[in-house]
Design a protein around this ligand. Structure first.
Ligand code: UGA
Length: 440
C-alpha cells in the first residue's frame, strides 16, 4: 500500500507535485539539494509566483502531511514511491537537454533506498532516458530491495499548475512491469475515480507523449504566426482567421492566438531537445519542421521590433517606449525565453529608452537585463511614452482603454503584440494603433 511519497527536486514541478500529493492524502517529503530553498518551502514561502500554490503548501506543512529536507537519505527508508522532478535545462551551446540533474537524482536515490519502492520519473527527457535510468537504478541499488522505475510525464501549465496537478486532462504511465501500473493507479486513484483518461504504456511512448504534446502546441502557435506574416503583407484579419479555423472541431481554437510567439522554460527548450535527440537517432529529416517553427517564432520578436521602429518613423534612437509585460505569459513571474523581455531588450539595444511594467515579472527580468527602466506602475511606465507595446496579455492590459492612457503618453501610439485589444476602439480614439498579424 502506498502511504509515503518523496518528491526529488522542489522546483516548479516538484513543489507543485509534492503539494498535490499531500492534498490527495499522502504523507510527502520534498527533497532538494538547495538548503535555502528547503528552508523557504518549509515556511510556505515560494521562490516563484504560482497562484494557489503557497496556500496549498502552507496548509499541508501545517497539517504535518508535507515536509521538506535537503537530505535524500531520509527518503530512502521512508517512501513507498519516489517521484523525480528535477530540471532538464537546455545545454549551453547546444540544443540538447542537460541530463546531469536527473542522472544524479536517480543515482543518489538508488544508493539510499532501503525498502521496496517505485521510482517514478516526471521530468521531460529525451526518449530512451527511462530505459537507461532503469538499468542505472538496478546497477546502483541494493540487491536485497525490490526497486523499479516508471515514467509518468507531467503536463501542467505555469499559472494553472495546481489545477492541472489535481485535475489532469490525462495520466500517462510508462512501466516495465504490470505491478508498477497498479502502484501508480493507487497513487492516482482520486483522479481515476473521476474517469480521468489513463494511458498505461511502455517507457518510450510515455516519454514521447510529453515531447510530442509540447511540439504540437508549439506547431499550432507557429502555424498561425506564419499566417500572420501573410496577413501583415496582404491584409486580412488574423484573429478572425483563427476563430474560423477553430470552429472546425478537428482543429480547435486553443493555441491559435497569433502574437509575439511562445516562450518559457518548456516549449522552446523541448522542441530543440527533440530535434537534438532525433538527430542523434539518425532521423534529422523527421523533425526538420521544428527548426522552421523555431525560426517563425523568433521572427515574431524581430517583427515586433521592426514594426515599433516603423511606427516611430524609422528610428528608435532616443525614443521612449513603454513595454507592458515581460513574463512569458500571464499569471507567472517566469521570464525564461520570454518574447516580451526579448523584445524589450532588442528595443533597448536599438537605442530606445525602454520603460517596463509587469505585474509580477520585473524582479526576475531585472536580473537578466538590468539596464531597462523597471516601473512600479503602469502609469509610470507609459508616462511620456512615444510608443506603448503590449507584449504579455495580463488581464489588466487586456482591459486597457484609450481613456486610461490619455494624458499620460507623449504620443498616442500603441502596438498590441498579442492581438488582445479592439483595433477599432483605439483607432476611433485617434491612436496610431497596430497589431502583430495585421496590415499596418
Ligand atoms: C507548456 C505546456 O502547455 C504544458 O502542457 C506543459 O506541461 C509545460 O509546457 C511543460 O512542459 O512543463 P507552459 O510553458 O506553462 O506550458 O505555457 P503555455 O501555456 O503552453 O504557453 C507557452 C507559450 O506559448 C507562452 O509564451 C504563450 O504566451 C504562448 N502562446 C500560447 C501563444 O503565443 N499563443 C497561444 O495561442 C498560446
Amino acid at each position: 500500500m502506498v502511504k509515503n511519497i518523496s518528491v526529488i527536486g522542489t522546483g516548479y514541478l516538484g513543489a507543485t507535485h509534492a503539494a498535490g500529493m499531500a492534498e490527495l492524502g499522502f504523507d510527502v517529503l520534498g527533497v532538494d539539494v538547495d538548503p535555502e530553498k528547503i528552508e523557504k518551502l518549509s515556511r510556505g514561502d515560494l521562490p516563484f509566483h504560482e497562484p494557489g500554490l503557497p496556500e496549498l503548501i502552507r496548509r499541508h506543512v501545517d497539517s504535518g502531511r508535507l515536509r521538506f529536507t535537503a537530505d535524500i537519505s531520509e527518503a530512502g527508508d521512508w517512501a513507498d514511491v519516489h517521484f523525480v522532478a528535477v530540471g532538464t535545462p537546455q545545454l549551453p551551446g547546444s540544443n540538447g537537454a542537460d541530463m546531469t540533474f536527473v542522472d544524479a537524482a536517480v543515482t543518489d536515490l538508488a544508493r539510499v533506498i532501503s525498502k521496496d519502492s517505485l521510482v517514478v520519473g516526471k521530468s521531460t527527457v529525451p526518449v530512451g532516458t527511462a530505459r537507461r535510468l532503469s538499468r542505472l537504478l538496478a546497477e546502483q541499488s541494493r540487491q536485497d530491495v525490490d526497486v523499479a522505475l516508471a515514467w509518468n510525464p507531467e503536463f501542467l501549465r505555469e499559472g494553472l499548475a495546481v489545477q492541472d496537478t489535481l485535475r489532469p486532462d490525462r495520466l500517462v504511465v510508462g512501466t516495465e512491469r504490470p505491478e508498477d501500473v497498479d502502484t501508480l493507479r493507487e497513487v492516482y486513484a482520486e483522479a481515476l475515480g473521476r474517469e480521468t483518461p489513463w494511458i498505461a504504456t511502455d517507457f518510450e511512448t510515455a516519454e514521447l507523449v510529453k515531447v510530442a504534446a509540447n511540439a504540437f502546441l508549439a506547431t499550432k502557435i507557429s502555424f498561425i504566426n506564419a499566417f500572420s506574416e501573410v496577413t501583415e503583407t496582404v491584409g486580412g484579419d488574423i484573429r478572425t482567421l483563427a476563430d474560423a479555423l477553430g470552429h472546425d472541431t478537428r482543429i480547435g481554437r486553443k493555441f491559435l492566438n497569433a502574437g509575439v510567439g511562445f516562450g518559457g522554460g518548456c516549449l522552446p527548450k523541448d522542441i530543440r531537445a527533440l530535434q537534438s535527440r532525433v538527430s542523434e537517432l539518425g532521423l534529422d529529416h523527421t523533425m526538420r519542421f521544428l527548426s522552421e517553427m523555431d525560426q517563425i517564432n523568433l521572427r515574431r520578436r524581430e517583427r515586433a521590433v521592426t514594426l515599433s521602429e516603423q511606427m516611430l518613423g524609422g528610428d528608435l534612437e532616443g525614443r521612449r517606449v513603454a513595454v507592458l509585460g515581460v513574463t512569458f505569459k500571464p499569471l507567472s513571474d517566469d521570464v525564461r525565453d520570454s518574447p516580451g523581455l526579448d523584445v524589450a531588450n532588442r528595443l533597448y539595444v536599438a537605442g530606445a529608452h525602454v520603460a517596463v511594467y509587469d505585474p509580477e515579472g520585473s524582479a526576475n527580468a531585472a536580473k537578466r537585463f538590468p539596464r531597462l527602466d523597471y516601473c512600479d506602475t503602469l502609469a509610470e511606465a507609459v508616462g511620456s511614452a512615444d510608443l506603448v507595446v503590449l507584449t504579455t496579455e495580463w488581464d489588466e492590459f487586456k482591459a486597457l482603454t484609450p481613456a486610461d492612457l490619455e494624458g499620460l503618453v507623449a504620443q498616442r501610439r500603441f502596438l498590441d503584440a498579442r492581438n488582445v485589444l479592439s483595433s477599432a476602439q483605439w483607432k476611433d480614439a485617434g491612436w496610431d494603433f497596430a497589431q502583430l498579424g495585421r496590415f499596418y
